[in-house]
Design a protein around this ligand. Structure first.
Ligand code: 2AM
Ligand code: CA
Length: 261
């Protein structure tokens, strides 16, 4: 597959940061993180990965605005483009030695999503999309699933944890989806969950509280794979709205209907 120069830049940044994360993940697995404790070690792995992504992107496309989970937003001189980066989505998995995490890189052009990468450096699965050019897993074109029956569908979601989100509301959502579906999976990396919707592994995904870096790349992947992305109210998804429903056309519509009521 011939990739655009832009996607090549993003892939280069994701792979370089991925090598750093994979090395650090190996240390977590071997539990050789005694000096500062695993949580400190993981946040330093996270910051290091963001620095690598930032350096690589800046070098290739100087002047673009950069929004990263670790460093916040740095306004660029370009005025047209903004990177939205989560260098380690699935931090809790990483800390626990669970090999489900990702690097998420999105590019906005004049406020619209233009290109996206979600990369799992452990499985070496690289999801990519560019506006109007489709979505890919490594070298293969991917599409959302064709299922139309909610009873046969599998859903991804991200669950709130202690001190986070509205647990009562979440349990209501979950009760509805459990009662209607073939299964609910919580993998711990929202970016990867959305990439899995794009690849047709999950039929849909929902969450009520995500930050832009958790879903920006995943949202473009789903759209370019032929799927739909909106808020729970069914409105057009914006970067500001934290809630999200993504899926193939039929299951997206069913899920919005279920969660809205
Ligand atoms: P993280 O690993 O980068 O923290 C967990 O199921 C998913 O929700 C992960 O993608 C996680 O991202 C994200 N997440 C965790 N805490 C969050 C918060 N307070 N706001 C938004 N997203 C969060
Ligand atoms: Ca995240």
């Amino acid at each position: 597959m011939a990739r655009s120069a832009l996607i090549n830049v993003m892939v280069g940044a994701a792979r370089k940061a991925g090598r750093s994360l994979a090395r650090d993940f190996g240390e977590v697995e071997k539990l050789q993180v005694s000096l500062k404790g695993p949580a400190d070690f993981v946040s330093s792995a996270d910051r290091k990965a963001e620095e690598i992504v930032r350096e690589e992107l800046d070098r290739a496309r100087p002047g673009y605005t950069f929004l990263g989970e670790e460093s916040g937003e740095t306004e660029g001189t370009d005025g047209q483009h903004r990177w939205i980066v989560d260098p380690l989505d699935g931090t809790t998995n990483f800390l626990h030695g669970i090999p489900l995490f990702s690097i998420s890189i999105a590019l906005e052009r004049q406020g619209r999503l233009q290109a996206a990468i979600v990369f799992n450096p452990i499985t070496d699965e690289l999801f990519s999309a560019e506006r109007g050019a489709g979505a890919f897993l490594n070298d293969y074109r991917i599409r959302v699933s064709a299922r139309t029956s909610i009873a046969e569908s599998v859903f991804g979601t991200a669950m709130p944890v202690t001190g986070q989100g509205d647990h009562g509301q979440y349990l209501k959502d979950l009760a509805k989806v459990m009662a209607a579906s073939a299964g609910v999976r919580c993998c711990g990396s929202a970016a990867l969950d959305l990439a899995w919707v794009a690849a047709g592994r999950f039929d849909a995904f929902w969450n009520r509280r995500l930050a832009p870096w958790d879903f920006a790349a995943g949202a473009l992947l789903v759209r370019e794979a032929g799927g739909f992305v909106s808020t729970i109210a069914g409105r057009e998804k914006t970067m500001e709205a934290g809630d999200i429903v993504a899926g193939n056309e039929a299951i997206h519509r069913h899920l919005v209907g279920l969660l809205k009521t």
